[in-house]
Write a protein that binds this ligand. Sequence first.
Ligand code: MN
Length: 259
Amino acid sequence: MRELYAIPPRDTLSRPACWFVPGGSPPVDFCFPPPSQPCVPIAGRAEAFPVHRIYCVGRNYEEHAREMGASGREEPFFFCKPADAVVCDGSGRLLVPYPDRTQDLQHEVELVVAIGAAGCRVTVEQAARMVWGYSVGIDLTRRDLQAQAKKLGRPWDVAKGFERSAPIGAIRPAGEVGALGQRRIWLQVNGQPRQEGRLSQMIWGVEETIAQLSGFFELAAGDLIFTGTPAGVGRLAPGDRIEAGIDGIGTIDLLVTPQ
Ligand code: MN
């Protein structure tokens, strides 16, 4: 995909100088082995999608916004998870240990948009061309820590950006998925329905979200955007089995294991 910079980022020229480019010249020696590249399987392909950053949208479904105490079509707001928070396998059941420092781990099933081209300050029309594919993910949240952060006006990182907080299914290329329309998004815990919605209920659509986000950050190929969750978020316990999916995009199967 070609670069989609509506307005070139200010540091396009200076940035690669301090970035390691695999196979680049001169070769770089590290003081210790560099971290491995987080990646997500692609449905039906041997190649994987390398993850650059993980962005998340808050309160993007009206009913969920209401259950979290908000109302109306407010400007979307964003937070991040580290790229190595992804948990994926390609097939089979994912295992996530119940995290430390919480008594209220919660599930949020979300449409995940996989970005395939760079772009900053893009229009809604340009944003559509940046979509590489889609997946289903779970924005795992330490809700008690989030509530505390909200109350004290502190950052959400410890509530949202912990290890293994971004389980995700295989990515399906956008061309195979087609228009998102009114697809069902759902999540169940131990066979009991918890979350249920339609992608058409998103307050900010995929292209609008990308356009807005690209005003705050320089988006790049490899970015993942968790686009918000429908109503019905709830508590998880060790031993819980989560199954979730989006019609025609994919499913995810997750087991919460003891600490
Ligand atoms: Mn979320």
